[in-house]
Ligand binder design. Structure first.
Ligand code: RM4
Ligand code: MN
Ligand code: MN
Length: 432
């Protein structure tokens, strides 16, 4: 039985206030969906089953290259972070697992982290390695790269770190390692483009060989730019796919929504990776320019819907052996991270629910007839449906809050955290 950090009586009282209106709204939505031949209870069951992992690094206030403005009551270590993640799960009921990042979340006793997670009702999702920063006391620098570095000794150090992350993941009960590689070059000629990629693949193959068993996945991220500005070793889904194919069946591509140039058709990339059997997971967020790490669905909810539309379509076609993992990867610079993460998980479920409303038979028919207007309208009609009551009802039935942000504010959790946690000072720049 999970240990609740917010008083369940407070959540109950808050739900009682909103309960009558929700019952009416859910009833009205059910009726209108049933006129469209859709069973609201079936959709509710599906979205209740959609689980989104929360990033441990997302519960602290993020920053830009220029500054970080810490908020009150920020988590000081992984145990504080787990508490915040437990609040997100208690109220939102969509995020039962946490994704850890090493060495940021390093502690001597991983079993204690796992035990604390379990006491809070949390499990552990993919672990993340970090070879984009140097750590105090580190033997060799990553200034000029890590897994693709020209020097074999640096590559070996980076491979060893990734294998260590797998071992930590095993201790936590995780089943995947996510590798985001910052390697790249700032000047034409700085690095040999072909050889750097070959070295990356060879390093990843070594890491893959250290996976405990076939239930584990290696999730490879790509990103178009930053911190390298001339060329990035794994800059796009094409490079990522080549690498995943070269490394073998346990290596898959991870689509971080923010890692594309503006106006890239991400849903099409999703469709292609599914076709190749290589879509391993997502880092959900939103962006207008580059890796902005804004809250999922906050800039372009239609794009998020179109991504989920591909996922629902693929699932109905039985197009994969394993559904891709869903994780949030965001940087909360000006909001309370707990609120942003609850709202982002909600945005993902919303997009999923809307995608489930698409009449796929009708869509296929219009596509076959080249009835462009009606095909597009079929998608847009699903997107326009306000599924808010469905999302709230799913939370209520799961024991969460009808209005998670409202209940969270009422609880005074942040204020209490600020009273017992040391005020974070870091005002310098930083990526997260
Ligand atoms: C990167 C990438 C990784 C994340 C780091 C912090 O841009 O998205 O997933 O681990 O940021
Ligand atoms: Mn990411
Ligand atoms: Mn990123």
């Amino acid at each position: 039985m999970a240990e609740p950090l917010i008083d369940p009586a407070l959540v109950e009282a808050h739900n009682r206030q909103a309960g009558e209106a929700l019952a009416q709204d859910y009833e009205a939505l059910s009726r209108s969906l049933s006129r469209r031949g859709i069973d609201s209870e079936a959709i509710l069951a599906r979205i209740s089953a959609l689980e989104i992992a929360v990033p441990s690094w997302g519960v602290g206030t993020g920053g830009t290259r220029f500054a970080r403005f810490p908020g009150p009551g920020e988590p000081a270590d992984i145990f504080d972070k787990l508490d915040d993640c437990a609040v997100i799960q208690q109220l939102g009921r969509a995020t039962p697992r946490v994704s850890l990042h090493f060495p940021w979340d390093e502690v001597a006793d991983m079993a204690a982290v796992r035990a604390r997670g379990e006491a809070l009702g949390l499990g552990f999702d993919a672990v993340n390695s970090n070879t984009f920063q140097d750590q105090p006391g580190q033997a060799l620098s990553y200034k000029f790269g890590s897994l693709s570095h020209a020097d074999a000794a640096v590559r070996a150090q980076a491979v060893a770190h990734n294998i260590d992350c797998i071992r930590k993941g095993q201790a936590l009960g995780a089943r995947a390692l996510t590798i985001w590689l910052a390697d790249g070059s700032n000047f034409a000629g700085q690095s040999h483009l072909a050889r750097a990629f070959e070295r990356y693949i060879a390093s990843v193959a070594e890491i893959e060989a250290a996976l405990p068993d076939d239930s584990w996945l290696l999730l490879l991220e790509y990103k178009n730019f930053e911190p390298a500005f001339y060329a990035t070793v794994v800059q796009d889904w094409g490079s990522c796919l080549l690498a995943a194919q070269a490394v073998g069946p346990r290596a898959r591509c991870l689509v971080d929504l923010g890692h594309h140039a503006p106006s890239t058709n991400i849903e099409m990339i999703v469709a292609r990776l599914i076709a190749a059997g290589k879509l391993g997971g997502f880092h959900l967020n939103d962006s207008r320019f580059g890796d902005d790490d804004l809250d999922a669905g906050s800039v372009d909810p239609f794009r998020l819907f179109l991504v989920f539309n591909e996922l629902v379509d693929a699932e109905q076609r039985h197009a994969w052996d394993e559904a891709p993992a869903l994780m949030l990867d965001q940087s909360h610079n000006v909001t309370d991270p707990i609120e942003s993460l609850m709202l982002s998980a909600d945005a993902a479920r919303r997009a999923h629910a809307q995608a489930l409303l698409v009449d796929r038979e009708q869509l296929s028919h219009y596509q076959a007839q080249n009835d462009v207007a009606m095909a597009a309208e079929t998608l847009r009609g699903a997107f326009r449906t306000d599924v808010t009551p469905l999302l709230a009802e799913a939370r209520r039935r799961a024991g969460g809050a009808i209005d998670p942000v409202g209940a969270y504010r009422l609880s005074g959790y942040r204020k209490a955290a600020a009273a017992r946690r040391p005020q974070s000072t870091g005002s310098g720049g930083g990526i997260v």
